[in-house]
Design a protein around this ligand. Structure first.
Ligand code: ZN
Length: 467
């Protein structure tokens, strides 16, 4: 039986159009999905949209649209983005899906209630609409939410609560012992600093009069299910029979929900836990946070339109450290494009295919120069090792080391000059190219295919025209 591999991204909140930061998460998850398919695993890759909650309702109201219409339009853009980025996702779940998602939310709610983990309580607190969460004074700086730079609302109401405190000790142990492995280690420690203080119960509903845009609480129509409780359940509703997830990819801003509340819900339901939670950082623009008010939001559609899908994938995977913040600038992007893609990979492919075309070399034979062979093996080993550790940038560095080795091999052996070895050198290079195309596949799937096609047809066509 094939080993299964289930991977998820967080689902995008439909209060604003997609930006480059979320594209990073989608692409990272796509690399892992494609890699695990190459390893022969029965892979399922899920993404989607998180559409309920006050933030979406407010954004809709601002432009004078009904939340359902507004949210559908944005969800369509996120769905289009999966095509634009050439993602290999198996499905796309929307939390507004009344056939697939709502019944599972109802089932989960009733399951938590049956366990005695849902109760009603009067509550007074501060709510940040940006976070879609109650926050405490500790989360504030000069009276504003640290993440959203916004003053929270003072709220006094009767809500249903989830008894997260009951699972606090257990969650701590699970994280400590890597039963859920949080990558990177620094994020794991951050979560442990929360469990150390003891987790508090969390509000799991809001009165309907204040929030209509959401799923009604199953046996109390006067309340709406809290949008996070609703959203997390997509990992169950979007891929029936697939749970537990092997990897859940998320951003650092929504860690608490995934590493603390979500495991609490799963423990209450008696379901298995995700194996790995992989946390990426943010993409900044000229070292500033991307934000509407700064007007520096990078639109991934525009970037792909200008440079192509694979260059955008390459930049994000190579330039942004997988678990830290990384910076986008046009200069950095075009620098990477010209040096690594146009001059590096593109140039090597053009040189080798042109030679093969000229000397009519057929399919490469695997008997090649031992030095080059060793270099190929080294790259493949590094490829597996770094991908197993989610180090996308290091995997690409290993591939580009092989590309440079081939360049040096060409300079040294001068295969354009007539000699005894000439044909075997070209054969060596074709063999190396074939291997490069194979290990590029999870990162640059389209480019990989193009190289393999050129190897087959022996017709050279530029991959990355210089800009
Ligand atoms: Zn906030």
């Amino acid at each position: 039986m094939k080993k299964k591999f289930y991977i998820t991204t967080s689902i995008a909140y439909t209060n604003m159009l997609p930006h480059l930061g979320f594209a990073l998460e989608l692409i990272q998850a796509d690399v892992l999905a494609r890699y695990n398919r190459i390893l022969g695993k029965d892979t399922f890759f899920l993404t989607g949209t998180d559409e309920h909650g006050k933030k979406v309702a407010e954004a809709a109201e601002k432009v004078g649209k009904a939340p359902a219409k507004f949210s559908s339009e944005i969800a369509a853009r996120f769905k289009a983005l999966t095509k634009t980025l050439n993602l290999s996702n198996n499905d796309f779940i929307r939390t507004t899906d009344k056939e697939r998602h709502w019944p599972v939310v109802k089932k989960v709610w009733l399951g938590l209630k049956k366990k005695g983990d849902i109760y009603k309580k009067k509550y007074k607190g501060l709510y940040c609409v940006g976070c879609e969460a109650f926050i405490t004074k500790k989360d504030l700086k000069e009276g504003r939410c640290v993440i959203h730079q916004k003053e929270p609302e003072k709220i006094e109401e009767e809500n249903y609560f989830f008894r997260l405190s009951k699972y606090s000790k257990k969650i701590e142990k699970i994280i400590k012992k890597n039963e859920i492995r949080i990558i990177p280690e620094s994020r794991k420690n951050e979560m442990l600093s929360f469990t150390k203080q003891g987790l508090q119960d969390v509000s799991f509903s809001r009165p309907k009069k204040g929030l209509k845009w959401g799923i009604p609480v199953p046996d109390d129509d006067s309340q709406t299910v809290y949008c996070w409780a609703d959203a997390l359940i997509n990992y169950l509703s979007g891929a029936p029979g697939r749970w537990p997830a092997d990897v859940q990819c998320i951003g650092k801003d929504i860690q608490k929900f995934h590493c603390l509340i979500w495991p609490g819900m799963l423990l209450s339901l008696g379901l298995q836990l995700p194996k790995i939670i992989f946390v990426h950082g943010f993409v900044t623009v000229e070292n500033q946070k991307m934000s509407k008010s700064l007007g520096n939001v990078i639109d991934p559609f525009e970037l792909v339109k200008k440079y192509g899908t694979d260059p955008v994938r390459y930049f994000l995977l190579r330039e942004i450290p997988p678990t830290e913040d990384g910076d986008y600038t046009r200069q950095k992007f075009e620098g990477r494009y010209n040096s690594d893609l146009a001059l590096g990979l593109g140039n090597l492919v053009a040189r080798v295919i042109t030679l093969a075309e000229k000397f009519k070399i057929q399919n490469p034979k695997p008997k090649i120069n031992p030095g080059l062979k060793k270099e190929i093996e080294k790259s493949k080993e590094a490829w597996t090792k770094t991908l197993d550790e989610f180090k996308f940038n290091e995997a690409l560095i290993a591939i580009w080391r092989l590309i440079s080795f081939c360049d040096r091999y060409i300079e040294k052996e001068k295969p354009w000059k007539e000699s005894e070895k000439q044909l075997s050198i070209i054969n060596d290079l074709l063999f190396a190219l074939e291997n490069i195309a194979q290990i590029l596949k999870p990162f640059l799937p389209d480019t990989s295919e193009k190289i393999l096609r050129q190897l087959n047809s022996k017709k050279s066509k530029p991959l990355f025209p210089r800009i």
